[in-house]
Design a protein around this ligand. Structure first.
Ligand SMILES: Cc1cc2nc3c(=O)[nH]c(=O)nc-3n(C[C@H](O)[C@H](O)[C@H](O)COP(=O)(O)OP(=O)(O)OC[C@H]3O[C@@H](n4cnc5c(N)ncnc54)[C@H](O)[C@@H]3O)c2cc1C
Length: 505
């Protein structure tokens, strides 16, 4: 150990790794972030991948937590140069029958979109959310069991949430809303993860995303998602921390039960004086980076059986104009969801679970350039979309990627006739491509493991290591594989940093 060695090493410069580093640096620790790729950001990066002048978000693109997460707010990212932009509508859910349910930050705009049948119900839900949002996010994003935050949220509010938690997406939607258009919203948003409409206790994921779309909104960072990474980096560097790219950690070295150093590809060893925070996939950490002798057999077994979420198939387009949506709401929305009905979403989920290529893909479609003109040359547009797919398919993804990309475009064409004529270029990211871009996206899973209720809270990523600590002293897990999971909220990283600071006095 040298006096030059950092107090803390963070492995991985995704948003959670950078948030952990920023908190540790602010607390006065010297911090070194080691990142395998040539640039920081993990799944939060922006690059020209189709044509010059078209800037595409490689992974995450819409940030409901950006202006609401209690982990990010103290870092004041706008003060570090981040500018948020919003579309008039946050989430549009059109169908070929001409109906469209839309969620906006404006409660009355949403109520109008849901009509006389469901508008009054929405006003009640939105009113409750407005009264409880901050306390709810605090409870949701804090280190479990977060008893203090739960108490502040209040027993009646917990009871109300428990009713949602106990429902499937279909059960909640049919009980709460009258029209098919409104009913497809919550289960449609749940499929950002691997939770289908019929899954027991599946409603909560889509419900939370619906609430967040209506309050934080599906916000778009000016200049691209990479602007979030730049702002986080600035906070790390202001605290005296640094990031070294092209530094893939291949081993975490443990002496006398304590994590003391990392070994990089190429053999270099770097010691950490006080802690190592892993912004890594839990199975990678426990099965590959740690010596089997320091990981209890039970944890190894759990990691071998670890349930990843669905794979992701992502596309980017350069367009010579906006998407010609049939429904006007979709033309004003940051995000559009393609999923015609509860039955359509359920059939899609069954096909993915059966390992088949979905024949009518559910899509999350992002229109960043509608609100951020820096993304494309004047008059032109970018488009971003993903579907959930099996991580691997018969014959491999290389053989099917173009065919499935055509299917995605056909799906868009149903909702926006003439869409294909606007395409100047396209880029395709199969699950394999996504994992090659960011090693945490195992099998193209964007969620840090399944979002199923059995993998949440005390079971994320494995009991009893749900409080960011691991069986190895001085080693912490601060990635989306820890509670509360996927999304750019920084909570996994912040909570891991707080565990370090607590242990280090
Ligand atoms: C296609 C896609 C779309 C998404 N859309 C959204 C969205 O719109 N909104 C949203 O909030 N979230 C979205 N997400 C999810 C969000 O991006 C993730 O939840 C978030 O990035 C997780 O952050 P993280 O820091 O835990 O991990 P990551 O962002 O995955 O970062 C992990 C970092 O660790 C590095 N690393 C891995 N192994 C090593 C190693 N051995 N040594 C050194 N470094 C290593 C990786 O290179 C990477 O930089 C999306 C994700 C994807 C893939």
């Amino acid at each position: 150990m040298h006096s030059r060695d950092p107090d803390a090493i963070v492995v991985g410069a995704g948003p959670n790794g950078l948030t952990a580093a920023a908190y540790l640096a602010r607390a006065g620790l010297s911090v070194l972030v080691l990142e395998a790729e040539q640039e920081p950001g993990g799944a939060v990066r922006t690059r020209e991948v189709t044509l010059p002048g078209f800037r595409h978000d490689l992974g995450a693109a819409f940030f409901p937590f950006g202006q609401t997460s209690p982990a990010l707010l103290p870092l004041d990212l706008p003060g570090a140069g981040l500018v948020w932009r919003h579309a008039p509508i946050d989430s549009a859910h059109p169908a070929p029958d001409g109906t469209c349910a839309s969620i906006a930050r404006d409660v009355e705009a949403t109520a109008r979109s849901l009509g006389e049948d469901d508008g009054p119900t929405w006003r009640r839900i939105a009113g409750w959310h407005a009264r409880t949002r901050e306390r709810m996010l605090d409870a949701l994003l804090s280190t479990p069991p977060a008893l203090g935050a739960m108490l502040r949220f209040g027993p009646l509010n917990l009871l109300r949430l428990a009713q949602v938690v106990l429902s499937s997406g279909r059960g909640f939607a049919t009980r709460t809303f009258r029209t098919e258009a409104a009913r497809r919203v919550v289960p449609g948003l749940a499929l950002h993860t691997d939770v289908g409409p019929e899954d027991p206790c599946g409603a909560i994921v889509g419900f939370m995303l619906t609430l967040l779309a209506s309050s934080g909104g599906f916000a778009v960072p000016e200049g691209g998602a990479g602007a979030i990474t730049r702002a986080l980096l600035r906070r790390v560097e202001e605290g005296g921390g640094g990031v070294r790219c092209g530094a893939r950690v291949e081993q975490i070295l443990v002496r006398e039960g304590r994590a003391v150093a990392v070994r990089l590809a190429g053999g270099e060893e770097i010691s950490a004086r006080r802690a190592i925070v892993a912004d890594l996939a839990a199975p990678t950490l426990y099965l590959r980076l740690l010596d089997a002798g320091v990981v209890p057999a039970r944890i190894q077994r759990a990691m071998r059986r670890f349930r990843q979420g669905f794979g992701t198939f992502k596309m980017d387009w350069a367009l010579d104009g906006p998407v010609p949506w049939s429904h006007e709401d979709a033309a004003r929305a940051a995000v559009v969801h393609a999923g015609d009905s509860l039955d359509d979403l359920a059939a899609f989920t069954r096909q993915v679970r059966a390992g088949a290529l979905p024949d009518h893909p559910y899509l999350v479609i992002g229109q960043q350039s509608l609100v951020d003109p820096t993304r494309a040359p004047a008059g032109r547009h970018t488009l971003w979309a993903y579907s959930r797919v099996p991580s691997s398919i018969d014959g491999g993804w290389a053989a099917s990627r173009e065919r499935f990309a055509d299917r995605v475009e056909a799906r868009l064409e149903e909702l926006a006739p003439g869409f294909r004529r606007r395409i100047l270029a396209r880029a395709i990211w199969s699950p394999d491509d996504l994992e090659a871009m960011d090693a945490n996206l195992l099998g193209g899973d964007l969620g840090g493991g399944s979002a199923d209720i059995r993998h949440q809270l005390f079971f994320r990523p494995v009991f009893p290591y749900f409080r960011y600590r691991t069986p190895v002293r001085g080693l912490y897990l601060g990635s989306s594989y820890a509670h509360p999971g996927a999304g750019v909220h920084g909570a996994c990283g912040r909570n891991a940093a707080l565990a370090v600071l607590e242990d280090e006095g």
